[in-house]
Design a protein around this ligand. Sequence first.
Ligand SMILES: [Fe+2]
Length: 447
Amino acid sequence: MGNMACLVLLILAASTLSLPPASLAVTSPYVRPPPRETLSLLQDDDADGQTPQQVHISMVGPDKMRVSWITDDDAPATVEYGTTYGQYPFSVTGTTTTYKYVLYRSGKIHDAVIGPLQPSTTYYYRCSSDPSREFSFRTPPATLPFKFVIVGDLGQTGWTESTLQHIAAADYDVLLLPGDLSYADFIQTRWDSYGRLVSPLASARPWMVTQGNHEIEKLPVLEPKPFKAYNARWRMPYDDADHHSHSPPPSGSNLFYSFDVAGGAVHVVMLGSYTDFAAGSAQYNWLRRDLAAVDRSQTAAFVVALVHAPWYNTNVAHKGEGDAMRGAMEEVLYEARVDAVFAGHVHAYERFQRVYDGKPDPCGPVYVTIGDGGNREGLAEKFVDPQPAISEFREASFGHGRMEVVNATHALWTWHRNDDDVPVVADQVWITSLAANPACNTNKNKM
Ligand SMILES: [Fe+2]
């Protein structure tokens, strides 16, 4: 190579290095595999009338756990538990409910809150005093680091199963689900089959969920009340009984609530996209109270929020459906310096820059759409072209996300694509706490 050619190459290389990239926006070229069938778990063949089924747990305050399960027939709402396998020195008896939906009659839905419990401890338990099924869970740690799994629009297909296997293959503390659980879509036995499908995981780690459009299940005249099955089966911590004096204020509705983990180092806000969110509504007023009570300077290193319909979305599917909620609540989240907002609904993965009011903003949340758990409706493959610059990475594949809050300033977000059944990290980014950024630390008192 001649000297002149070397010089030209050097100049070209130098100019390339000094220029910022035209755009960070990436649309993944990965070609996804085809959809998979709905699984059939309509029967629990080994269960008799008092055998606990569909067991799942959820956090209640800093040191308690709600255990929820279903039996076909009457059975005591009792949870026996302890820290040694097969020995249950503690016992709590909770409550039992049922619901009717058109011609469907639910099983007996039991619910008992156990504790106080030690952090980072494995508890063994059984439900309805049934010796044939023993369960265990591990309580979340009381300090950082803390590991979340986040997965939306799960459904109950072959791809759901693949996603659940990937989730189970690596450790985590709490699972967050931003809506669309079972895709029962009015067929109530599908809620039961969904409960059976997720129980191996949901009985072992807290599953904290919020609702999606598939949870509404309103039927004209016949079933005018929304969220009947969801509220009966997936009760989350929302009322006075679930809260200690130092907990976030109770929301009073199962459709939106918040909770702390890691001794308050992370505050999680679960919002409801399908209940009133306008200024002056119960949800809006609660959200303002809730975020005003979060101490960003001392305790809450990270605040994250979950919604169902994304506020930012460059997929053709469901375009604009989150705009009204964004219009009502974006400023509230922004002023509280919420670090990240996770949404579902769009069956694809997408991650945005820090954004506020449609524009890049270093003090806005990172927005992530993670509605790709594996539901029967398939993927949302069509994105708006060209990719807007605020959208940093997008791909229409199934998968799940993980957020590991490593310390008070850094959280690692990774997205794990179901790559022909092998989980592949297809996107990752470090999220730094806005509470630790002095430039973003000024507006909190305006709340
Ligand atoms: Fe949805």
